[in-house]
Design a protein around this ligand. Sequence first.
Ligand code: NAD
Length: 317
Amino acid sequence: MTTPGKTTPDKSTPGETTSGKNGRTTVAFIGLGIMGGPMAAHLVRAGHDVVGHNLSRLAVDVLVERGGRAAVDTADAVREADVVITMVPDSPDVEGLVLGEDGILAHAKPGTLHIDCSTIRPDVTRRIADAERERGIRPVDAPVSGGEPAAVDGTLSIMVGGEPDDVAAARPFLDVVGKTVVHVGPSGAGQTVKAANQLIVAGNIQLVAEALVFLEAHGVDTESALAVLGGGLAGSTVLERKGATMRARTFAPGFRIDLHHKDLGIVTASAREAGVAIPLGAHVAQLVGSLRAQGHGGLDHSALLLQVEELSGRGRS
Ligand code: NAD
């Protein structure tokens, strides 16, 4: 584990607190979707008192079956919490959860650690962090990578932004759900690194999709082709994890095109703000936007393959 900002938590950190139910740390977990559901389950298994809230009740019931508790709303979830973890889709969702009437600022106790694992705009993260510090809440941005399989296995990569003491306090919880947990800088830095992650992943998927259609058009056995490509410089986690499902044309999410479209909006805006050219990234952002506009926003991002087929006159629909 690489930890430039690593410090040893002192006894006052939430990692050591015992104010929760039965003397355990109480962790409020808000957003129990594809990623949040398994992450919350890991925290239950690690012995924490996890109280969950989600817009649809079914996900909360699943958490309760796994040993967690149900909250009726955000205020109810965060009121007694030592740690609040949010894992919701987009910037406005996190803004609502933090700044809303029912939200974290209004109802969490001073000293509460707020770890936001959602992928959102770095500028929004910084603004929220300033508001939270003014109220004695300790903000940490901790977006994740690795997708649903890594959430289920507890092996996420987590890029962490925040003050060193707050990050150190968050680390015991992040270590439960992640394998590579790295403090990358102050508040917002985690989101900037995550944006770079999304730029690389989208470009990689697009090129794997193009390579597959190219190989198929030449009548090459793609199973053998991907096996040998995976052993060379063309190998990648995308090729390893998505190659087989792309060959089989199974595009159940996973990571939805809608979410990658949101992330590439963050990437292009942040690149513009920094005066950086990302010609390939901007192009892939257009391709993802186009796939979404065609009604495929609910499919996994590996469905970029469908568009390569269409562009090549080889569509199957
Ligand atoms: P999801 O849509 O499956 O889950 C989000 C959950 O948040 C939903 O269950 C929804 O009901 C809940 N929610 C939204 N607003 C809420 C609110 N105000 N109060 C309570 N619950 C609320 O999304 P996901 O795939 O789990 O992604 C969550 C975040 O993680 C996103 O920012 C995404 O970009 C990021 N992410 C996803 C993946 C992936 O592979 N799915 C990988 C890395 C990062």
